[in-house]
Every structure is written in C-alpha cells, then in structure tokens.
Design a binder for this molecule. Structure first.
Ligand code: NIG
Ligand code: FE
Length: 431
C-alpha cells in the first residue's frame, strides 16, 4: 500500500542538504546517527545509498537549517517506510493520496525520556511546590508505595492511556523507564510492562534508595546490580541511574552503570538536575548515549559533552514544574553539544506528556530557535536513543510523520497550549 502525502507547504526532513535547493529535490539517502548500534525491535532498514558527508546529527545542527526544510513537497510511504521525498510536482503515483493543503509536516516526535509506569499521582506535592516548597528526590518514594500497590492491569491501563495521549500530540517513539518499584518483583513488572509497548526500555532500579534500605545505600546498590539486574535485563535495552545528592553518589552510579553494561545494556544517566556534580563526566567517560537534565552544568561538563558522542537531553517540563532555573541551550549548542528535548513525563517533577509544550518552553526560556527545538525533539531524540531509523523524513526511514494544522512548524512554539496536530502516521499507519 503506497500512500502519498502531497501539497505539503513546509516539510521538515532533518535530512542534511535536503533544503538546499529552492523548491524541492529528492532526498537521496539516510543519514546515520554517530555511534548507532543495533536496535532491538527496530527491524531492518532497506538499503539506500549514503549521502557523502551527511553522517551525523551534530553535522546537521551545524548547518544554517537544521530541519532540512522543503517547500511544496510530497512524501511517499510504502508499508512502514518512507520510500520517496521530493517536489509535489514530481511525485510518483500511489494507491492513496492525502492532500496536506499547504500545511506543515514534521517527523514524529521522539520522546527519549519518560517514567510512565506508576501508580497514583502527586498533585498535592505540586500544589505545595507552587506555594514555595522545594522539589527533592525523596518525593519519588511516595510514588513507589502507590506503584507497588497497583496490579499489572492497573499499571498497563494507565501506561496505555499515557501512550494514547502522547500519540495524539505527535509522539511516535517513547522511551520508558522503571524506577518506581525499587524491589526485584516490582522493578521486573515495570520493565516487562514497558517492553509490551516499546523497544526503548530503561532499567532504573537506581532511581532513589527505598525506605527499607535507608542508611544502607550500598546494600541497595548490591541488590540493584545483582538480583534486580538479573530480573530486569532481559526486558531492557538501557541502564540508568539518578546520580545526584539525595539519590546515588558517583561511585555508586559507576557500579550501577558498569554492572548494566556487563549485562549488555547501554548506559544513560540522570545528572546535574538539582545541583552541579560529576555525573555528566561519568556519563561521558562511560560512553553513555545521553545525560538527561543538565540543569546545572559547569564549563568542564559542557566541554566534555562537546567532545563526545553523549547527547544532552533537555527536559523543559522539569524546570517549568519545579521552578528551577532553565539551562541555557544556546551555551550548549554554540559549544557543539548535541541536544535533545524530552518530556520526562512523571508524577513528580514533570507531569506533561506534550512535546509541543516542551518545544514552546525550550524556545522561550532556553533560548533555542524554533528550528533547533523541533530538530532536538525529533532527530535529537533519535540520537539520544542511538536510532538511525527515526527522527527524519527520508527514504528508508520509518514512516513516522505528523501533519500539523498550521502552515509552519513555528506555530508549535508560537501557539503554546493549542492542539495543532491534524494527523499522525506511525510505521506507515494513520492512527
Ligand atoms: O527525571 N530525577 C529523577 N527522576 C525523575 C523524577 C521522579 C519523581 O520526582 O518522581 C526526573 O525528574
Ligand atoms: Fe527522569
């Protein structure tokens, strides 16, 4: 089944060079993500000829148009893949045609950081915070109690509700972390439930030290790196740790990450959310795919990131919901750091599932250009997950696309809070 989406007024391809010619020109290949490895569940990518010099997300960001914009364009989908991109005037025949009527099309959002398997919520904590109370890592423990008490079916129903909510807002790929179980049985349940809906599952047993291990953090790390890892690794692709005062020290974080790597998981790290620390440099040293938060970065952190393959994932919803200062994305991008934007959907620090909202905040308060923010929320997220089959609109990529109601992607930041998604295709299927 070949579906042609045509009459696209503004097409964000994220494909380097795609926007160089006036009008539209075919996008000749697929850019790969630096450091990309095999992706469980991602399937195979049809062979396409590589574009010389167009081989990484950082290079795409260096250009004047990180979004590889085409106008009066069309996209042909065949099955679950994009097979042709170019000028609407030269579009091939298809079984079905969708007229975009001059509106904008962007790649589906890649939300590379979420915690959406949990019980209960913390509305009272949020309300108290808005009246002056400070956010602290310890709040996680109240969600642990509610999560342990919930059945698999209750957690599954909630999880699927969040996914529907995300899809309706244009998110076609989501990473999901455990971390609200903090005992072997519940952590295993969380990664197992997450694996039902995404290949991007992260084992975060080292989210915080649970109450029953108070003052015995090292003994809890023994549990995480031993029986808990044994139970969770088969369902997971990633290993994560909250490396922060009030959670885990740098030596404890190193133990967790190295144990995960020894079991075949790939590292990603929560760091520098509540204050500066050495978590970013640990992440870079261990070749982590991403360090997430980075609210308090030192110049050494920025230099280390700029010289690495580690993506810095910004989480604007967290600063918004905790009233912490926004990190300066300009400082990072200008230094050459690869940046992603994600929602960090969780009941404590950021209970939004809206990538458009996060884009709007990143543009207003983190000083990103709209093009940089859209790129970070799509190709940036793909880089943070080391995926080379999503985050771009080019032949060979998964057919994950969003048709907006607006003529330009700028409206995503310009009209904050307004539902602007007209249609979403995931793996070539309109949802
Ligand atoms: O990414 N930083 C640690 N974990 C979550 C917050 C979890 C919570 O407060 O429940 C985060 O912000
Ligand atoms: Fe998080």
């Amino acid at each position: 089944m070949r579906i042609l989406i045509t009459n696209i007024g503004e097409l964000t391809t994220n494909a380097p060079g795609a926007g160089s010619a006036p009008g539209a020109s075919p996008v000749p290949g697929v850019a790969s993500v630096r450091g990309a490895g095999s992706v469980p569940g991602a399937g195979s990518v049809p062979e396409v000829s590589p574009v010389p010099g167009a081989d990484s997300v950082p290079e795409a960001l260096e250009g004047p148009d990180p979004c590889g914009t085409l106008h009066d364009a069309a996209v042909l989908i065949d099955g679950d893949r994009i097979v042709w991109v170019g000028s609407a005037a030269e579009a091939p025949d298809a079984d079905e045609t969708v007229d975009a009527d001059g509106r904008a099309v962007i790649p589906g959002f890649v939300d590379s950081h979420s915690h959406i398997v949990f019980g209960g919520d913390r509305a009272a904590e949020f309300e108290a915070r808005m009246q002056g109370q400070k956010y602290a890592a310890g709040g996680i423990r109240s969600t642990v109690a509610a999560t342990r008490a919930a059945t698999d079916d209750q957690l599954r129903a909630r999880l699927r509700g969040f996914l529907d909510e995300m899809l309706a807002q244009g998110t076609t790929t989501v990473e999901i972390k455990s971390g609200y179980g903090l005992d072997v049985a519940t952590e295993e349940r969380l990664v197992r439930l997450a694996a039902e809906v995404t290949p991007e599952v992260t084992f975060l047993g080292a989210h915080v030290v649970p109450a029953e291990y108070a003052d015995r953090a090292d003994a809890y790390v023994d549990l995480v790196t031993g029986p808990m890892l044994d139970a969770c690794a088969p369902h997971s692709r990633w290993i994560d740790v909250f490396c922060e005062t009030g959670a885990f020290t740098v030596p404890q974080s190193r133990r967790v990450l190295e144990a995960g790597v020894a079991r075949g998981l790939q590292p990603r790290v929560h760091a520098s959310q509540l204050g500066p620390g050495e978590g970013v440099r640990l992440a870079v040293e261990l070749g982590a795919a991403s360090i997430d938060h980075g609210t308090y970065l030192t110049d050494d952190d920025v230099a280390a990131l700029a010289g690495s393959d580690t993506v810095l994932t910004l989480l604007p919803g967290v600063e918004f919901s905790t009233r912490q200062p926004y990190p300066d994305a300009r400082r990072l991008i200008d230094a050459g750091v690869t940046v992603a934007i994600a929602c960090d959907t969780n009941p404590g620090s950021s209970f939004t599932s809206s990538m458009p909202f996060c884009i709007a905040v990143a543009v207003r308060d983190m000083r990103m250009t709209v093009a940089e923010a859209i790129h970070a929320a799509t190709a940036g997220g793909a880089a943070a997950l080391r995926r080379d089959d999503i985050g771009r609109i080019a032949p060979g990529m998964r057919a994950d696309l969003v048709l907006l109601k607006s003529p330009s992607r700028v409206h995503l930041a310009y009209r904050p809070g307004v539902p602007l998604v007209e249609a979403v295709w995931k793996d070539g299927v309109r949802v």
